[in-house]
Write a protein that binds this ligand. Structure first.
Ligand SMILES: CCCCCCCCCCCCCCCC(=O)SCCNC(=O)CCNC(=O)[C@H](O)C(C)(C)COP(=O)(O)OP(=O)(O)OC[C@H]1O[C@@H](n2cnc3c(N)ncnc32)[C@H](O)[C@@H]1OP(=O)(O)O
Length: 139
């Protein structure tokens, strides 16, 4: 029989969506001041959105818009960055994908401790080999 009180478990913040990408933040990902660069994180989030959209579109996609982007706290070198994605809406050729970036900081005593560092809405569009829009299969 477990003695764990699970009554407050729902209050613990946790990522929404599917874990799509997991990477380490390294010294080569820093800006000129030695802090992890925002552009590096956007790039990882874009890659995760592309992976998520590509599965649905069964092929090539392009990023057409990024909105509602927030950077909530800085990332320390050595952190593990986890990017979660969730498809929110599918149009004719477009897919709205909510992307969240979470980190596990280095040297934390609690390995389960995670922080949300960024979130954004990516609009991805299915394109063909000529760069023209195509229908998302099943849309
Ligand atoms: C002979 C061989 C030649 C080979 C030649 C190859 C060249 C192949 C080049 C490929 C290039 C791709 C690059 C990909 C890798 C990147 O993701 S790099 C990141 C930067 N992104 C880009 O470079 C993409 C540049 N944009 C584009 O190429 C065009 O905007 C796109 C993506 C083809 C779309 O064209 P468009 O005329 O805007 O299409 P449009 O019909 O107006 O909109 C399509 C859908 O997007 C939605 N949408 C458009 N803009 C927005 C917005 N701002 N907010 C929300 N939704 C929007 C529309 O509502 C529509 O939704 P649906 O109703 O279809 O669901």
């Amino acid at each position: 029989m477990s003695n764990v009180d699970s009554s407050n478990l729902e209050d613990v913040p946790s990522p929404d969506g599917e874990l799509t990408l997991k990477i380490a933040a390294t010294p080569q990902d820093t800006n000129i001041y030695g802090d992890i660069a925002g552009g590096w994180l956007v790039s990882q989030m874009d890659l995760a959105a592309e992976i998520s959209a590509g599965k649905l579109a069964k092929g090539r996609t392009a990023t057409v818009a990024i909105s509602e982007m927030d950077f909530l706290c800085p990332i320390r070198i050595g952190s593990t960055v986890m990017i979660h994605t969730e498809v929110k809406e599918v149009g004719h050729s477009s897919m709205n994908i909510r992307v969240e970036a979470w980190i596990q900081p280095p040297f934390e005593s609690d390995e389960q401790e995670m922080y949300k560092v960024s979130e954004a809405l990516f609009v991805m569009v299915a394109i063909d080999e000529n760069g023209r829009i195509r229908a998302v299969p099943g849309s």
